[in-house]
Design a binder for this molecule. Structure first.
Ligand code: NAG
Ligand code: NAG
Ligand code: NAG
Ligand code: NAG
Length: 483
């Protein structure tokens, strides 16, 4: 699973451009800060105070007084090239580091994790009562189902996930801007000419086949009732033109490739995992290109679409056969098809939530003038922690005047993705040797064991996360004994 997660991450950021989005730290956004590479705790205490990022930040403390945020997932540390940096956020400042030597330091107030890399058997233990945990997980639920269980997600005090209810939501991370949606399209008359020249009405392009959403099982059934051109490794029935072979897997934004797929009327757009608010380029790219997405992924996708008639939602149809009938009817009725592209006129983008979230988010997608979401979340946590620490100090000084800060922890509304279900049909009808069946439901339930096992390690103040398996076994024995 770890390897798989990294492959997914690599692909994802490959698509975003040559440089990973987190490499554009505050350094690159032109605020003229002097660069301060640091490498160990003693070196952290350098005293220069760098320029402030926000006018609300009047934090005049020296580095040796600042709370420390420790990136446990060091590979994602959003600063380069050093190991430690002072960050000056909207309201306050912190030191951030990926040097694990500070794990048990009294000033280390938060440990930050990348969800895809989070492993119960290598968690920072013992968990100190004064430390909070922060989770960054913008990727697919399939990368780590530990986070989809209550006992897993509740270990975290701050989250940035694709869900709108997380503390620092990343729901529209794959939608760069409103303009991206409004891009010009291949005209309907040209699409019709391509249809006559032999293109199928529907495109499928997928090379990641064994996924929790089990999408191929659905698409395979759909293909019985409507023509689908499938160029990827999954359910392949057509070769890509030679000139495009290299580009299809590596960079989906290649312009030749984009114009090749833009000729199709419909794009099958099925996410690899199903979860509320988990929306990716699978949805936004066809909308950008003006190809109607035939979508399955977030059950709440309608909340984010430009208007009420810009995508065909698979789950609105009782069966693949009925979906195929609907698509064939749209294929042969230009008036009805054209209605699906009305959002290309900005006056037809009427979804208030979509507009508001695009307008108000502080991070940018490939936008150097805004912080990237990794640095944005880091600063969110920094400001929250400074506020909490100040409240705790005030309480210690004068408990009568100042109540202690309320504890906060995440819950299933921050992630909470459901048990993977078959893409088509009932789970009872799937043969026991089926690859999907052997993999994903098991992965889901084993992840629950790991979440509970880690909870038990924390509760018992264990220092060695390697004892996870032992604790999982004990929990199983206790369950079997009816306790
Ligand atoms: C400066 O910080 C103090 C607390 O340390 C706060 O009360 C005050 O409002 C801040 N001033 C500004 C301009 O943000
Ligand atoms: C952080 O979360 C943990 C685990 O859920 C909880 O016990 C702790 O009280 C929380 N800390 C704060 C400061 O809210
Ligand atoms: C879950 O967390 C959100 C805030 O993050 C909170 O509004 C909600 O009440 C919580 N739900 C439960 C059941 O605790
Ligand atoms: C938990 O363990 C740490 C070190 O292993 C120890 O310093 C601390 O006192 C323990 N806490 C409790 C509540 O036992």
């Amino acid at each position: 699973m770890a390897v798989q997660g990294w492959v997914v991450a690599a692909l994802l950021f490959g698509l975003l451009g040559a440089t990973p989005c987190w490499s554009q730290g505050p350094m690159d956004s032109g605020d003229g800060e002097a660069f301060q590479p640091q490498s160990a705790l003693s070196d952290m205490e350098f005293t220069t105070v760098s320029s402030y990022r926000g006018p609300g930040n009047n934090d005049s403390r020296s580095n040796r007084e600042l709370p420390i945020l420790l990136w446990w997932s060091a590979g994602l540390f959003p600063h380069f090239p050093g190991d430690t940096e002072r960050i000056d956020c909207a309201r306050s400042s912190c030191l951030v580091t990926r040097n694990r030597k500070v794990q048990l330091h009294r000033r280390t107030s938060t440990v930050v994790f990348y969800g895809t890399d989070f492993r119960a058997y290598e968690a920072p233990l013992p968990r100190l009562p004064h430390q909070t945990w922060a989770l960054f997980h913008e990727e697919s639920p399939m990368n780590n189902y530990v986070l989809s269980h209550g006992p897993g997600i509740r270990l975290f005090n701050y989250t940035a996930t694709f869900r709108r209810d997380s503390d620092y939501p990343l729901t529209l991370q794959w939608l760069p801007s409103l303009e991206y949606l409004l891009a010009p399209v291949v005209s309907l008359s040209e699409k019709n000419r391509w249809r006559q020249a032999g293109l199928a009405p529907v495109l499928y392009l997928q090379s990641h086949c064994d996924v929790p959403s089990d999408r191929d099982r659905y698409v395979q059934e759909l293909m019985k009732y409507i023509e689908v051109d499938s160029y990827g490794k999954c359910l392949n029935n057509k070769p890509l033109p030679e000139r495009l072979e290299d580009t299809s897997t590596a960079t989906g934004e290649d312009s030749q490739f984009m114009s090749f797929v833009a000729r199709y009327k419909f794009h099958l757009a099925l996410e690899n995992g199903l979860c509320p608010d988990y929306l990716t380029e699978k949805l936004w790219r066809p909308l950008h290109q003006g190809c109607v997405p035939v979508y399955r992924g977030s059950p709440s996708v309608a909340d984010w679409l430009p208007n009420s008639h810009s995508a065909v939602l698979i789950d609105d149809f009782p069966s693949p056969r009925e979906l195929a009938e609907h698509l064939r009817a749209l294929d042969s009725d230009d008036g009805k098809y054209a209605r699906f592209l009305e959002y290309k006129d900005p006056r037809q983008v009427v979804n208030g939530l979509l507009l508001e979230v695009l307008e108000s988010r502080e991070w940018g997608v490939n936008d150097m003038s805004k912080p990237n979401y990794l640095n944005g979340f880091e600063c969110f946590v920094c400001d929250q922690e400074n506020r909490r620490l100040a409240a705790a100090r005030a309480h210690r000084r004068d408990p009568g005047q100042h109540p202690p800060p309320e504890p906060r922890m995440a819950n299933n509304s921050h992630m909470g993705c459901p048990l993977p279900a078959p893409g088509y049909g009932n789970v009872e009808d799937i043969p026991p040797n089926d690859g999907w069946l052997q993999m994903w439901p098991q992965d889901y339930w084993q992840s629950l064991d790991q979440a509970e096992g880690l909870g038990s390690l924390i509760q018992h103040n264990v220092s060695d996360p390697g004892l996870l398996w032992h604790h999982i076994q004990e929990l199983a024995v206790r369950r079997a004994g009816g306790h």
